[in-house]
Write a protein that binds this ligand. Structure first.
Ligand code: ADP
Length: 490
């Protein structure tokens, strides 16, 4: 019954009894139907989470006890690695090696936050030196309460773990709303959590559409904190909903991240990381380095090599050996990316790709695409496309590269490649972005902070920063009664 909602420790149908279709993006076939959650289901889920937080054992366990459950969840995910990765391929379209990487990462995220939960037993209290004699004070960290987590479709199970694992580690209880495009692997977390000994209500999963299941979660008075990953317009709506009763919010939104390549970079290295930066996961990556800036002497030779290598990328079904580019997630995304490409053709020069690969018209495939010679104010240069579409421009000076790189309303990620490490460090510091790579693009580590500047979001996930998202800080200050005091009763 895993295609149902998971509420209060049990899989159950939506109150309306309705379901929605889940489509395999490689062939447009419906392969599953999943419960279509609505406001009533969200209400039940939030109430279960509220009870589990206000009265249940989870927030009252020691960090070490919570760690044991989270480690068992990590172990269970690792034990089902192949099955979960194949489900991810069917649901999302990504190539199997990338899905395996995601699932390994997901298990790792649970283990990482298990360790941080255990450490909270010693680190959740911090003494505060006070200037005034007679008082002692300490800061204690406590779980923020019921967390509402709303996640996207590009890394379905991994994005669930980025929110669920730190929230549970902190002692919060959670209502998770996976994307309607890819609900399958997140739903598995319910059974995994239950088998690992997570108490009922500590994790609830409501599948369904944004306006029907997402929005009621953002507006529910029983939710203390919202954590969202997705588009800027939806993030803005979520922040507005949170404003009404002052819920805490963390947002990880879009990007149009630059990769600056200096001419002293070996061409093979540049080609490898440029392609990894935009074609990995079909370019459906918020941090994708979709704007490449190349120093002039390298520009022409690099463009020639890039066009050649992009044309060689094996496109196909995610389970086929050697495939490095699968279909996009669904029809809506396919149309969005193809129409962005059409717009790009009016704004710049199409260097390679630009269409649906021959013989693969049955799925939501798009060729690896490169545009050059567009103006700095071109729509394709400025807006997030979320597909395998790269824009390349040249630059003459370091200052010009930094100016163009930072000229964006986004600030999620940025990358710089150069043999001169002093220069690379200087440029890295000059970027207005939350995630900066030197001589690579995209590798993501559970230990390091993840999130954006400007319209790319608020707050940081992963590492200790991710745990802090789900912790409140309380000061406890005590007076030493043996000391003199008296204001009214002198
Ligand atoms: P996309 O359009 O590519 O799916 P979104 O940012 O809209 O990107 O979706 C990310 C997540 O946000 C999904 O789980 C989606 O269901 C959810 N969502 C969409 N609209 C809303 C909304 N108004 N309130 C809450 N969640 C929403």
């Amino acid at each position: 019954m895993k295609n149902q909602l998971f509420i209060d420790g049990e899989y159950c149908a939506a109150a309306s009894g309705q379901v929605f279709d889940v489509v395999d993006p490689s062939n447009r076939q419906v392969f599953a139907q999943v419960a279509r959650g609505g406001p009533d289901d969200v209400d039940r889920a939030v109430k279960a989470a509220r009870r589990a937080f206000d009265e249940g054992p989870w927030p009252r366990l020691s960090g070490a006890e919570r760690a044991a459950v989270l480690h068992r969840m990590g172990d269970a995910i690792a034990a089902r690695r192949d099955e979960l990765a194949r489900l991810e391929v069917q649901d999302n379209g990504k190539p199997l090696p990338e899905a395996l990487w995601d699932i390994d990462d997901t298990a790792g995220v649970f283990h990482f936050y298990a360790d941080l939960a255990a450490r909270l037993d010693n680190s959740a209290e911090q003494g505060i030196p006070l200037a005034m004699d007679g008082f002692t004070s300490k800061a204690v960290k406590e779980p923020v309460g019921v967390a509402g987590a709303i996640i996207p479709w590009n890394f379905p199970m991994l994005m669930a773990s980025w929110k669920v694992a730190p929230a549970l580690a902190a002692g919060c209880t959670v209502v998770l709303k996976p994307s309607e495009a890819t609900p399958m692997t997140a739903l598995e977390l319910g059974g995994i959590a239950k088998a690992a000994g997570l108490p009922p209500g500590a994790l609830n999963i409501v599948t369904g559409f944004g306006p029907e299941a997402g929005q009621p979660l953002t507006e529910h008075p029983g939710v203390d904190k919202l954590a969202f990953t997705g588009s800027v317009p939806t993030g803005s709506r979520i922040m507005a909903a949170a404003a009404r009763d002052i819920k805490a919010v963390s947002l990880e939104l879009g990007g149009k991240s630059p990769l600056v390549v200096f001419a002293d970079t070996p061409i093979d290295e540049a080609v490898e990381w440029i392609m990894f930066g935009i074609y990995w996961n079909q370019g459906e990556v918020c941090s994708a380095t979709s704007r490449v800036l190349v120093e002039e002497p390298l520009y022409e030779p690099l463009m020639a090599r890039l066009a050649e290598e992009a044309g060689r990328i094996r496109i196909g079904h995610g389970l086929e050996d050697g495939v490095l580019l699968g279909p996009l997630v669904n029809e809506a995304q396919h149309e969005k990316v193809l129409s962005a490409i059409e717009r790009g053709k009016t704004e710049g020069r199409l260097v390679t790709g630009g269409g649906v690969p021959k013989g693969l018209e049955g799925g939501f495939y798009v060729e690896p695409t490169i545009f050059a010679d567009m103006a700095e104010d071109a729509w394709i240069w400025r807006e997030e496309i979320f597909g395998p579409v790269l824009c390349v421009k040249s630059f003459r000076t370091e200052d010009e590269a930094i100016r163009m790189a930072n000229d964006s309303r986004f600030g999620l990620a940025a990358a710089v490649m150069s043999a001169d490490l002093d220069r690379a460090e200087r440029v890295a510091r000059a970027f207005r972005a939350g995630i900066v790579w030197i001589n690579c693009s995209q590798p993501t580590f559970t230990e390091a902070p993840w999130g954006g500047y400007k319209q790319s979001g608020i707050g940081r996930e992963l590492g200790e920063w991710g745990l802090n998202n789900y912790l409140e800080t309380k000061q406890i200050t005590a007076f030493d009664r043996s000391k003199p005091w008296g204001w009214y009763l002198k």
